[in-house]
Design a protein around this ligand. Structure first.
Ligand code: URA
Ligand code: SF4
Length: 259
């Protein structure tokens, strides 16, 4: 039972409500605890620490990398090595900090010697990512590198689609998001050309977020406008016109902001 139901509030209203930040934090911590103890694939045998991911529970933007490297494996935190330093630098060009987004990976344990994750390891681990995305409900999923891109945009080539967006399939856990394909920062560390393109690509992220946010605002406004009153609930006659359908209303001034 949700806390609202235990408190005896109208369940019709309570079910529509967004989870609180504290509820999201608790749900993410429960997933993280499972990840830290997980032995569902062979990567458990060679890892030092599993790396569930970290960041703001109420963020609009989630970054998904490939898998922990050596530093991450030692610290149990994502993107804290050289690739992480570059990711932080990329974010800083937008005026964003890593604490303002959520950062995780396709596989939560380090593949030995930083080899590519195997398909069966990815298959074993993605349910954790799916659950994280269900809790986070982001507007944008920024994929870092081809393994992450391959999960959200299968069959594409990173060299062709970097810097572009596509709607995310709700089966991934993100129910109303767009994905934004970025190169892996480790690839940018190996090639100045990829590094330059990474800085160009990330500059597009604020506009991607604005568009994704507008889509979501519009979708929930339409939903609210067409929703049948739940049995027992009372539609108030003086309810304001849902934002997004009211041509007079400023569009997004009450949306959570990152910048
Ligand atoms: N590379 C990744 O893909 N993820 C990390 O967490 C660190 C480096
Ligand atoms: Fe479990 Fe994922 Fe680690 Fe495999 S990589 S042991 S599935 S947490």
């Amino acid at each position: 039972m949700t806390p609202a139901e235990t408190a005896g509030e109208s369940t019709a209203i309570a079910r529509e409500a967004e989870p609180t930040t504290e509820e999201r934090e608790a749900a993410l911590e429960a997933i993280a605890a499972e990840v830290r103890a997980c032995t569902k694939c062979r990567l458990a045998e060679t890892r030092t620490r599993a790396v569930p991911g970290e960041g703001r529970a109420d963020t609009e933007v989630v970054f998904v990398g490939e898998g922990p490297g050596q530093t991450e494996d030692q610290q149990g935190r994502p993107f804290v090595g050289r690739a992480g330093d570059l990711l932080v630098k990329l974010l800083s060009t937008l005026g964003w900090r890593r604490q303002e987004v959520f950062i995780t990976n396709i596989v939560k344990c380090r593949p030995p010697g930083n080899r590519d994750p195997e398909p069966d390891e990815i298959a074993a681990c993605v349910p954790y990512l799916q659950r994280q995305l269900e809790v986070l409900d982001p507007a944008v999923v920024a994929t870092l590198g081809r393994f992450s891109m391959g999960h959200f945009r299968p069959g594409e080539r990173i060299t062709q689609i970097h810097g572009t967006t596509a709607p995310v399939a709700p089966l991934t856990g993100a129910r109303d998001a767009v994905s934004f394909a970025l190169f892996h920062p480790a690839a940018a560390l190996r090639s100045t050309d990829v590094e330059r393109q990474s800085f160009e690509d990330i500059a597009g992220l604020p506009a991607v977020l604005r568009t994704a946010r507008a889509r979501r605002t519009q979708a929930s406004a339409l939903q609210a406008a067409t929703r049948k009153p739940a049995p027992g609930s009372e539609e108030k006659p003086d309810m304001p016109i849902p934002r997004g359908l009211d041509p007079e209303a400023p569009a997004f001034d009450d949306a959570p902001t990152l910048f």
